[in-house]
Design a binder for this molecule. Structure first.
Ligand SMILES: [Zn+2]
Length: 179
């Protein structure tokens, strides 16, 4: 019945993976999180999924691996091979804009790109002068949008997050750390 078997296509597998929630933050999927790097369909019931952990030793990774395998099996993909790809390392830049928006809606400040502030630096010696960039990071409160926030603890509800407190609305919140 080969002719009757629906061909498995990678786009369909991506769509199914888009329904697999992150175990720690169930409002975003493993695809939104950016940890699914590649899908290779080998046959109508076999595929290889390449995953990059959010950071080495993240305890959620085994849970995620099992969830991905279970989800695809429930859609008839009998043979699922997971490949852990450690390099290049996962970065919060891989998180989709939708994922970041959902994170914020969930009350977790999404990872922010570091703003390189070179204002106030003047290259006085002309061309070729070295500029020293100063990394600046403002964590925005997901409740009221204030940037008037303070780090309370390097570790929030999970090691992937830091605990912050908003100095304006006084709400504590988790911040998804940049990697
Ligand atoms: Zn606030």
């Amino acid at each position: 019945m080969n002719t009757a078997a629906a061909a498995l296509d990678a786009a369909q597998v991506w769509a199914w993976l888009g329904e697999v929630p992150d175990p720690e933050i169930p409002v975003i999927s493993v695809v939104d999180l950016g940890i699914v790097r590649a899908v290779d369909v080998l046959s109508s019931d076999e595929c290889v999924v390449t995953i990059t952990p959010t950071y080495s030793g993240c305890p959620a990774m085994q849970v995620i691996a099992d969830a991905v395998t279970d989800a695809l099996r429930s859609h008839g993909v009998a043979k699922v091979t997971l490949v852990n790809q450690l390099a290049p390392a996962w970065t919060t830049d891989w998180m989709s804009e939708i994922g970041k928006a959902k994170l914020k809606g969930y009350g977790i400040a999404p990872p922010q790109q570091q703003v390189i502030d070179i204002s106030g630096l003047r290259g006085g010696a002309g061309a070729g002068v070295k500029r020293h960039a100063i990394p600046k990071l403002d964590v925005i409160c997901p409740n009221c949008g204030s940037s008037h926030t303070q780090l309370t603890s390097q570790f929030g509800s999970t090691p992937c997050k830091a605990l912050y407190k908003c100095l304006d609305c006084r709400e504590p919140f988790d911040y998804f750390k940049c990697h």
